[in-house]
Ligand binder design. Structure first.
Ligand SMILES: C[S@@+](CC[C@H](N)C(=O)[O-])C[C@H]1O[C@@H](n2cnc3c(N)ncnc32)[C@H](O)[C@@H]1O
Length: 292
């Protein structure tokens, strides 16, 4: 830990130095979740005591339990005990999707980032019941942890299904899916890797589509498809068909009963090698035409 971040305000003081220079940004960061820390239900605690070691990744923390230390990088082969194509699910809730997927694709590995402790315990319980060994879960805020824990191009897929919708306009800044998060998602995806998203909150699905199409490192393979008359831009489209690998979770089912429909959105990681040379190449080739 360094004191680099200590502001000049603190320098002339004779008080004890702040413990780390990075505490302030973490404490003041905008979060996509609110944390209710009650003790875990006894049976969930028992599940974690018995099986946590097999599924839950212990992290060194920064400021608070949902953060990871600034240098906490995952050693994936050590974490999974093998090297296999890797999917990350952000916000798996009780783990319905990730456990179903881990059973269906035993040759793939699945990593989850979740901030809700009872959810983590229920995910572990489901994984135990399903007898799957290809899942690991880390209790961490994806927005804080993703830039730290994974190398560039280390994931095949990232799933963000039904992230908390933050319905009120004044809360939209808390939404996980935004322009800066998209760049981070693109960084950790392999070329051609997929970011799969879904939501049953219309206004958030428009935002997901907009974020993908605005991201310089991602493309929307369904651009222009399935236009929605409710969309403020009704001719625009850009929605994917429901992915057959996505199970109906209790959360989505509740939304359906309340007559909320879901949209799927997909982003494809653009190839890294082609990105930069292309812009300059057309200028250099004949000296006349600028980039298209
Ligand atoms: C509405 S639930 C959806 C759960 C599940 N994906 C489903 O479709 O049933 C959203 C989940 O995202 C988790 N979450 C919210 N913000 C998060 C963050 N920044 N990092 C990781 N998980 C987060 C919440 O704790 C919650 O479990």
């Amino acid at each position: 830990m360094s004191d680099e971040g200590t502001s000049s305000l603190h320098r002339g003081h004779h008080h004890h130095p702040r413990p780390t220079g990075t505490a302030a940004p973490y404490l003041s960061r905008t979060k996509s979740f609110t944390r209710r820390s009650r003790p875990l239900h006894e049976s969930l605690q028992r599940t974690l005591d018995a099986h946590g070691a097999d599924y839950v990744i212990e992290a060194r923390r920064s400021q608070g339990w949902t953060t990871v230390a600034e240098d906490f990088r995952l050693d994936l082969p050590a974490v999974f005990g093998r090297t296999a194509p890797l999917t990350l699910e952000i916000g798996p809730g009780v783990g319905e999707q990730i456990v179903a997927a881990a059973s269906r694709w035993p040759d793939r590995d699945f990593l989850a980032l979740e901030v809700w402790q009872p959810g983590i315990a229920k995910l572990v319980s489901r994984a135990v019941d399903a007898g799957v060994a290809n899942i690991r879960v880390l209790e961490a805020d994806a927005a804080q942890a993703l830039p730290i824990i994974l190398d560039d191009a280390s994931l095949d897929e990232i799933w963000t299904f039904f992230p908390d919708p933050w319905r009120k306009a004044r809360h939209h800044k808390r939404r996980l899916v935004n322009d800066s998060f998209a760049l981070e998602v693109a960084r950790v995806l392999v070329d051609g890797g997929l970011w799969r998203l879904a939501s049953d909150w219309d206004d958030y699905t428009w935002q997901m589509r907009d974020v993908i199409e605005a991201c310089p490192d991602l493309a929307n393979p369904y651009e222009g498809e399935r236009p929605d008359p409710e969309d403020p831009d009704p001719d625009r489209g850009g929605f994917a068909p429901r992915w057959e690998g996505r199970v109906l979770t209790h959360f989505e089912d509740r939304g359906r009963r309340a007559e909320r429909r879901s949209h799927d959105v997909v982003g494809v990681r653009l190839p890294r090698a082609e990105k930069r040379p292309m812009a300059g190449a057309s200028v250099n080739e004949d000296g006349k035409e600028g980039p298209r």
